[in-house]
Design a binder for this molecule. Structure first.
Ligand code: C2E
Ligand code: CA
Ligand code: CA
Length: 697
């Protein structure tokens, strides 16, 4: 037989009779209670017990001397205690019984019949517990509602597609002043039509599957304005949805700015390298999928930008870059992408192109804008541009390769002329590779004594007499063989190493000259022509170096001639005149090399301390027999005669040219017709050892 464990219960008895109290306890025990109990019979004692213990039930006699049940109930009410209260009384009239129930007692029983007591106690205790739980739940709900009302996030409940509840933040977020404006309205009133469709097609199916969804949407305020909101939706029931949302416009803006900055150049607002490479990668892939899709990369670089920046200031340079970015934008379409890689380097990705004419068209329109000077801060500045083009083809896999090839083509364009463009071809790639390795090797070449001098004889044309040599340097590269100076002099000039190279040339050419003068007395008055770069002329210690070299070799200044190009004369006339004067005061002769080829310094030729004019090879090669072609040479010759300058014709290849030059009165000549440049031993056997006067014509 199963005997239920006696139920523990704390009973407070209000009873003056110990015997009656015993009966009550006895009855409870019989009803399977295990009571802990106290008996009081005064109001004070009752209060004390209420304060000291949490009672489950109070069983009270109705009348006691100086105390009674209604009084006890009053005390409970005062103390706001909800403890089940059962009256057990000897005699009690119906009237009293009703009264006592009204004042809060939960039940009453006759002392003579306590059989119902346990059942009543059990019931009342349970109900009190339920009452307590209910109160607790109500309190919790009240607190939660207060919290929801106070939340910063907007919170709403939608039932059957209509707003059932919205907290103050929700109303504020969507521009409603009071609850009634929104409650009862359809949920769609606060969304854009696009979002409503998206909710139907994407969001709600997910919400139904997972009961929750988080994302973003455009919120529509009551006044029609909109904002980006972050939303979290929860499905509480089939037709009950809880929506929590907040305005994330600022956050989005900040995110957008960060994302924009990561892919744009802050100065010009153009795309940066990162974005360009991304887009170019897409283009490469697109071309690989669809051969009809053609694209090209233009690499644009300003000529002399560093000089502009240095002389006119960075603000000026910045403004120029901004103006140029606008020109590039103007001449490209929306599908194209213009980017600035940094400095004065711009790139353009041309998409969907049809043939190269289209590209040339764009380039010519861009060059048109560079015809007239840029006007910045009251300055008129002529800017020129070099452009390299790489056409997309199936051999390209990497964006960086296209960028590299367009850069190589640009470099080539820069060497040709100002405002010119070049399409990339694979030959350029090999040239660039060669250039790159030359650059690396050049530094070691001086140390490793890899340079050699060749000498080209110079003749007096009328007398067929050898008057001197021009020293021409070559690089005996251990792997690539003999490299002509045109390939490495520009590189040496760029790196500044040309100064070291030319010092070496000067020293060796002077040593050779001194040796030949001594060994071959017939030629004791021959001179050595030595080429100088513009870089050399900018070097502060040049004169000191010349003095040392001459002294070391026991040579006078009149034994050497320096050949300088016209370009240096145009740049800084005063400084150049000063430097050249220092040379001529040492009886060193100055020769203007490649005369007529580039700039024209005819205007101030008379001001310069110059002795010799070396007419550029191109004019000499134009001498074909028809006299009319010789006008330029004639003009130069007559000008030099007037200014008392000696003339040399360089690049004489054919007897006819020599004859005509002789007829025109050109004093000196040099060229393959006399001899190619050669090493010292060959010069000795061919020209010095035999004291012949070489008869050419
Ligand atoms: P450049 O001063 O105009 O030298 C004359 C160039 O014309 C030489 O080329 C020479 O070999 C070539 N030449 C001579 N006669 C003829 C001819 O009849 N027909 C043709 N087609 N060419 C002829 P190279 O030696 O290749 O030198 C090229 C340039 O390199 C020189 O032009 C000069 O500007 C520079 N260079 C050479 N050596 C030095 C040097 O030691 N220092 C510096 N700074 N530059 C040098
Ligand atoms: Ca020369
Ligand atoms: Ca020359």
């Amino acid at each position: 037989m199963y005997i239920a464990m006696a139920e523990r219960i704390k009973v407070l008895l209000i009873e003056d009779s110990a015997g009656d109290a015993f009966l009550v306890i006895h009855e409870l025990k019989a009803g399977n209670f295990n009571p802990f109990w106290k008996r009081v019979h005064t109001a004070d004692a009752f209060q004390d017990q209420l304060n000291s213990c949490e009672w489950d039930i109070i069983v009270a006699d109705y009348y006691l001397p100086g105390f009674d049940a209604p009084k006890a109930l009053e005390i409970l009410k005062e103390k706001q205690l909800d403890i089940p209260f059962i009256v057990v009384s000897g005699v009690i009239g119906e009237q009293v019984a009703v009264e006592i129930m009204k004042s809060g007692a939960h039940d009453y029983l006759m002392k003579g019949n306590l059989t119902r007591l346990s059942e009543a106690v059990r019931r009342e205790v349970r109900e009190a517990q339920l009452r307590k739980q209910h109160q607790q739940a109500e309190l919790t709900i009240k607190l939660q509602l207060t919290a929801i009302d106070a939340a910063i996030d907007g919170i709403s409940i939608v039932k059957n597609d209509a707003y059932l509840y919205a907290n103050p933040s929700f109303l504020r977020l969507f521009g409603y002043s009071y609850t009634e404006e929104l409650i009862g309205k359809d949920w769609r009133v606060i969304y854009s039509p696009e979002d409503i469709i998206r909710f139907r097609q994407e969001v709600f199916p997910q919400l139904e599957r997972h009961l929750a969804w988080q994302g973003e949407a455009i919120g529509k305020r009551k006044d029609g304005s909109s904002f980006v909101q972050g939303i979290s939706l929860t499905l509480a029931d089939d037709n009950l949805m809880i929506c929590v949302c907040r305005d994330i416009s600022e956050l989005k803006k900040a995110q957008d700015i960060i994302a924009y900055n990561a892919f744009h150049d802050p100065l010009t607002n153009l795309a940066n390298r990162e974005l360009f490479l991304n887009r170019l990668t897409l283009a490469i892939n697109k071309h690989r999928r669809n051969k009809n899709y053609q694209y090209a990369v233009l690499f644009l670089d300003l000529d002399r930008f560093k000089a502009i920046n240095d002389s006119l200031g960075h603000c000026f340079g910045d403004q120029l870059l901004i103006d140029i970015s606008k020109i590039l934008k103007k001449h490209t379409r929306n599908v194209d992408l213009v980017a600035r890689l940094g400095g004065d380097e711009f790139v353009v990705l041309l998409e969907e192109i049809r043939g190269t004419e289209y590209i040339v068209n764009i380039i010519e329109r861009v060059f048109d804008n560079f015809q007239s000077p840029f006007q910045i801060e009251g300055h008129d500045i002529v800017v020129t541009l070099s452009i390299g083009i790489a056409l997309g083809n199936k051999n390209y896999f990497e964006a960086a390769d296209l960028l590299r090839d367009s850069d190589i083509a640009m470099y080539k364009a820069k060497q040709e002329a100002h405002n010119s463009y070049q399409f990339f071809d694979t030959n350029m790639h090999f040239q660039a590779q060669r250039q790159c390795s030359l650059e690396k090797d050049f530094r070691h070449a001086l140390k490793n004594k890899e340079f050699v001098l060749h000498y080209q004889p110079i003749f007096d044309i009328a007398e067929y007499r050898l008057v001197g040599f021009e020293a021409l340097v070559r690089w005996q590269h251990p792997m690539l063989g003999l490299i002509p100076p045109d390939e490495f002099i520009p590189l040496a000039e760029e790196t500044g190493l040309v100064i070291l190279l030319d010092c070496w040339v000067m020293m060796n050419a002077c040593q050779q000259l001194a040796l030949w003068r001594k060994r071959f007395p017939n030629f004791s008055d021959i001179k050595m022509s030595i080429n100088l770069s513009p870089e050399d002329l900018r070097w502060n210690s040049l004169i000191k170096e010349i003095d040392n070299t001459l002294a070391y070799n026991n040579l006078e200044g009149d034994s050497i001639i320096f050949e300088i190009t016209e370009s240096i004369l145009v740049k800084d006339v005063e400084k150049t005149i000063n430097l050249l004067s220092q040379m001529t005061s040492r009886n060193i002769q100055i020769s203007i090399d490649d005369f007529g080829a580039g700039y024209s310094s005819l205007n101030y030729l008379h001001r310069l301390p110059v002795d010799i004019i070396k007419i550029d090879r191109s004019f000499i090669q134009n001498i074909q027999g028809e006299k009319s072609n010789n006008e330029v040479v004639k003009t130069i010759l007559s000008l030099c005669k007037r200014l008392n300058l000696t003339t040399i014709a360089e690049g004489i290849e054919r007897p006819l040219q020599l004859q005509e030059l002789k007829d025109m009165g050109c004093k000196l000549g040099q060229g393959h017709l006399f001899s190619k440049p050669m090493i010292n031993r060959d010069i000795e056997t061919k020209f010095l050892a035999s004291s012949i006067k070489t008869k050419i014509v």
